[in-house]
Design a protein around this ligand. Sequence first.
Ligand SMILES: *[C@@H]1O[C@H](CO)[C@@H](O)[C@H](O)[C@H]1NC(C)=O
Ligand SMILES: *[C@@H]1O[C@H](CO)[C@@H](O)[C@H](O)[C@H]1NC(C)=O
Ligand SMILES: *[C@@H]1O[C@H](CO)[C@@H](O)[C@H](O)[C@H]1NC(C)=O
Length: 412
Amino acid sequence: MNLKLIYVSVLMFGIAGLFLFMYLQDWIEEQHTVSEEKLYQTINQDSTFYATEESETVPKNWTSARKLSKPSKTIIEREHSQRDADPFLGMGSFSTTGLSKYSQKIKSFHKYFKHVNILPAVHSLKNYFIRDDQWKHAEQVQKNRRLLLFEFCRKYIGEHRAQSHLVRMVSRIYVEDKYKLLYCEVPKAGCSNWKRVLMVLGGLAKSTANITHNAVHYGKHLQKLDSYDTKGIYLRLKTYTKVIFVRDPMERLVSAFRDKFEHPNSYYHPVFGKAIIKKYRLNADSKALKTGSGVTFKEFIQYLLDSHRPVGMDTHWEQISRLCYPCAINYDFIGKFETLEEDANHFLKLLGAPKGLAFPNFKDRHSTDRRTNADVVKQYLSEIPASDRQQIYDFYYLDYLMFNYTVPYAWP
Ligand SMILES: *[C@@H]1O[C@H](CO)[C@@H](O)[C@H](O)[C@H]1NC(C)=O
Ligand SMILES: *[C@@H]1O[C@H](CO)[C@@H](O)[C@H](O)[C@H]1NC(C)=O
Ligand SMILES: *[C@@H]1O[C@H](CO)[C@@H](O)[C@H](O)[C@H]1NC(C)=O
């Protein structure tokens, strides 16, 4: 009898504990869920005042402020504050919401920063501009890219109030504390070489030349932003230089397919290949079913466009909009794979990187393969029906619009 009572009470305690645990987990999740606009708002606040929800410098109804649809005024104001501000800081210059009082505050905030000079990298960048106008064109290109993204997000986010975990939103971002740099990794857009550069900047390697592919991707040398606590994440988002490199969506997709499925691969073949062949290949032979090797581009696209995919997505073909949240995190520098070396070296100059450090141009995997370029992409896309090409475009729609990619391949 006594024993039974003890047994029951232990059981009750156990269950109560479990409920408490579940409740706490829910509560913690809630605390870290943030909408894209909220994150954007927070990043662009006065950085001396961390994560205040009710800061008076931020308009309460940000969506409605952005929806006021006074685009011309907004642009003029932003252009203005951009000229006043450091050209590279990006902060503030993009948080103008059309409320003049607010932009006034931003401007004084930038003036304050110029005096205090707490961002040495940004400062050296400015001197560089005064001395040299060789890069004027490059900076104009940057301005255009940021403006286009900003205008797109202003319209888009106002209508789609996406929510996500703060930790998830920053989970693809690498941190380099010495140069106060945040790099959002987009696979198949030069990320291996970027990681090499980060390792050299951080003093983890002397030169990019000797860092192997495995050391880059599995060495765990680089710190991710999601490894910091909330305060550390916000602090870095607000004060560090944020950079992203993007690529034409179709090229990126074809490049990912070639890399992962046209060469032996001990992860992609068994995990993705097997599931893809099993679901989409009629009369698949037992060898293909067992190894998962030999997936065709057509089968891969069937998987990609299937709303009931047999296996999940992968960062190599995930949309950039879902990897790096470009509407929430206002990247200071938007580089493109199509002009990778030029953009990357421009950026390294702006950052004040050591003179000897140039962006490496080697392709470290399957280096004998032809690089995925427009002709190669055309060839792959000719293997699939036009309706599929249209659907791929729809799938990467946000990436196309955010980064001003045109659609040369989607149509027959
Ligand atoms: C914000 O603005 C929108 C559009 O003007 C309006 O519908 C909404 O009620 C406002 N929200 C708050 C909290 O004022
Ligand atoms: C977008 O791309 C088109 C075509 O490539 C180009 O003409 C235009 O200048 C670009 N727009 C911006 C803002 O960069
Ligand atoms: C790369 O490594 C080799 C041997 O480990 C060394 O001899 C060479 O100097 C290194 N190159 C650079 C650029 O560090």
